[in-house]
Design a binder for this molecule. Structure first.
Ligand code: HEM
Length: 424
């Protein structure tokens, strides 16, 4: 095992992260022990991809600190520098990839009171009661996806199985016509690859925005009961969302609700492949144990490694002097392995009693709006998959996404036969 020192890994260098492993759990363990609030300097070379990263940032690696900063929007702002770790420019026009203004327009890039008002308007469709109503639709799509792998021996898991349900759910939710699903799917895939120099994520965002506007116009002419139709036509508590707010929200969902759920599905199968004893435990009582197995997967292998805040004033955290305007990296991946909160935190244990204390959905005012929907989709696809093909296991090399943000895979070969040594 490599023994790192604080500073050995630059968390802004996607190539180094591919080498040491993303998330770099061994490195985070050293930070938690030796430098829980650590200054990560800017990377020595440009990131590549859509967004610039020129400045260093403070890394919070302890559960208490990540939780505190997520909840304390007064001192740790999502608006001041935007919610993501890249360096956006306050004077760039909103159409530029470097625009801070563009970042501030979405739900994630606002602080109270704007955030509270906007969230109230868009959150109506996401209440547990409304999400529960989606189960039959989600179940039907999940069955259709799993039917395709019912009789095959091998598949590429990420795109053949994991990717479709989140996109189909979003399309259904928003009332995207079936003939546009493939296009929507391609946009969603492109937008997740922000650090891939071959993909123009900004161009994709602009196309999605324009597409949403045309859908909003259609929903006004022909309301259809979809969430988008609701936003386009209804007042909520005497307020109505502007077209701009609707389009930005649509864009946010296309990013936030896609890559995350897809990768968690893939991580569950990866972890069960690495831990045959946990698979056997799960299959003994699939319906009873799956919800906690999903929480444990989110804790152990969060699909979103970090989000960002910006200090609104000079602050001291664990003796570190954070200056007004400094960027702060909230490491969910590290917080979830904090040994002060979780016993033997590197262990994957589907019966862990406090697995759901993870911070993978964030905390505080920006706590993931889609968490109930994500959990429902994960439970449904995994119930269908593990009932039909309980032995699905990783059968070759996994290709990881080059990213300083996501713990994501672009390829995961699987086999559906019985792996050696698994007693079922
Ligand atoms: C496993 C799946 C998911 C994970 C791990 C995840 C993670 C997160 C995290 C960490 C945040 C907090 C950002 C911050 O504090 O700055 C967040 C916010 C958000 N998520 Fe998710 N997410 C998931 C699925 C979804 C889905 C399915 C949707 C909707 C379809 C969604 C919609 C949102 C929205 C709208 C926000 C912004 C909330 C706000 O700023 O008030 N997410 N998510």
């Amino acid at each position: 095992m490599t023994q790192f020192k604080p500073g050995d890994v630059n968390l802004g260098d996607p190539d180094q992260l591919l080498e040491v492993g993303m998330p770099p759990h061994e490195y985070f363990a050293v930070l938690r022990q030796e430098a829980p609030v650590f200054w990560n300097p800017p990377p020595s070379k440009p990131l590549g991809g859509a967004f610039p990263l020129d400045r260093g940032f403070w890394v919070l690696s302890k559960w208490e600190d990540v939780s505190m900063a997520s909840r304390d929007a007064h001192h740790f702002s999502s608006w001041l520098g935007g919610p993501v770790i890249y360096d956006f420019h306050p004077d760039a026009p909103p159409s530029s990839p470097y625009s801070l203004e563009g970042q501030r327009l979405g739900l994630m890039g606002k602080d109270h009171p704007d955030h509270t008002a906007y969230r109230k308007l868009v959150s109506a469709g996401f209440t547990p009661k409304n999400i529960a109503k989606l189960e039959p639709m989600i179940r039907e799509h999940a069955k259709r996806i799993i039917d395709r792998v019912r009789d095959v021996d091998d598949a590429e898991f990420v795109f053949a199985v994991a990717a479709e349900l989140p996109m189909m759910t979003l399309c259904e939710l928003m009332g995207v016509p079936q003939e546009d699903w493939l296009q929507f799917f391609t946009w969603g895939n492109n937008i997740a690859m922000v650090e891939d120099p071959t993909i123009d994520a900004l161009q994709t965002s602009m196309e999605l925005y324009a597409y949403c506007q045309s859908l909003v116009d259609q929903k006004r002419e022909n309301p259809d009961g979809s969430m988008l139709s609701h936003y386009a036509n209804k007042e909520i508590d005497g307020e109505r969302l502007t077209d701009f707010e609707i389009n930005m929200f649509f864009l946010t969902l296309s990013i936030a609700g896609h890559e995350t759920t897809r990768n968690t599905t893939a991580h569950v199968i990866r972890l069960l492949s690495e831990h045959p004893d946990q698979r056997a435990l799960l299959l003994e009582d699939l319906h009873g144990r799956l919800p906690n197995a999903i929480e444990e997967t989110l804790r152990h292998s969060p699909p979103v490694v970090q989000f960002r805040r910006t200090a609104t004033k000079d602050l001291e955290v664990r003796g570190a002097q954070i200056k007004e305007g400094d960027k702060v990296y909230l490491s969910y991946a590290s917080a979830n392995r904090d040994e002060e909160i979780f016993d033997d935190p590197d262990r994957f244990d589907i019966l862990r009693p406090n697995a759901d204390k993870h911070l993978s959905f964030g905390a505080g005012p920006h706590f993931c709006l889609g968490n109930t929907l994500a959990r429902l989709q994960l439970r449904t696809i995994l119930e269908e998959l593990l009932t039909a093909r309980p032995n699905v296991h990783v059968s070759g090399d996994i290709t990881k996404l080059r990213s300083i943000w996501f713990n994501a895979m672009t390829e995961m070969p699987v086999r559906f036969d019985e792996p050696a040594g698994v007693a079922l």
